[in-house]
Design a protein around this ligand. Sequence first.
Ligand code: NAD
Ligand code: 0WE
Length: 256
Amino acid sequence: MAGSLEGRTAVVFGVANKRSIAWSIAQGLHAAGAQIAVTYQNERLGLEAQDMILSLPGAASFMCDVSNDAEIDRLFSQLRERYGKLHVLVHSIGFAPDADLNGRFVDTSREGFRITHDVSVYSLIALARAAAPLMEDGGSILTMTYHGAERVMPGYNVMGVAKAALEATVRYLAADLGGRKIRVNAISAGPIKTLAARGIAGFGDMLKGHEERAPLGRRVEVEEVGSTGVFLASDASSGITGEVIYVDCGYNIMGF
Ligand code: NAD
Ligand code: 0WE
């Protein structure tokens, strides 16, 4: 795969630390020859991001809180100034207020629902709209989803509803942007121990259940998500758009 993204520029959203799925995708894209821009949510996470990108020669980092339109506008003018064109956008962002993740779904607050959908779903629409004019040669947009969009996962709650909306958003964006040769896809990853998974009650048991039920008999490695990200970013996937690709060791196909 090395070299398949030579001459391409990619912007990656959602790097919090070395365990982030976004970081694995960024490393894969870089190894395939892409020039990388990494964005981070706030100054606190920026310190770590600046440290990490030292291992990706030529990479740069930018701050962008995706719940803020002005920050999105500022970021894309910085990207236009520095790179001119853009080929790949990776959206690896999800957030729900703690209270709405751990309680009963029926108790989801109006504000919790709004924040979850704003950060986890609307942001993809806003980023796709801002990126499209820079994707002059066509492009590939990818986002991260989870099986809780389709099946009830205890505790995933409003995030599951947001992931269902995210997967529908992928299809509507793919239809809108296909004429500009921009593809839009999602990776549905099995459970991975990242910052976003830490502190989730019963996550260890979930990993065990996954290992027991998945056809491959193990959990998914973050690098396997990274390599699928490289595939979706590259011309190897040129006929694929609007899809949700599972990288979960087959867990989702099982009925029992
Ligand atoms: P992570 O905590 O490393 O990444 C989540 C990222 O979202 C962080 O970098 C955080 O800074 C960013 N973020 C949150 N709010 C933001 C905002 N307002 N502006 C900008 N950035 C913001 O955890 P992760 O597991 O790598 O999660 C990445 C994606 O993968 C999420 O969409 C998550 O739902 C999805 N996913 C995770 C798993 C898993 O088990 N870890 C499985 C399937 C899908
Ligand atoms: O998408 C996710 C988790 C995303 C997430 C995590 C947090 C923790 C901290 C979103 N918002 C927050 N808010 C916080 O305050 N995953 C796919 C990982 C995950 O989360 C679960 C899971 C799995 C898997 C929650 C319940 C059940 C399964």
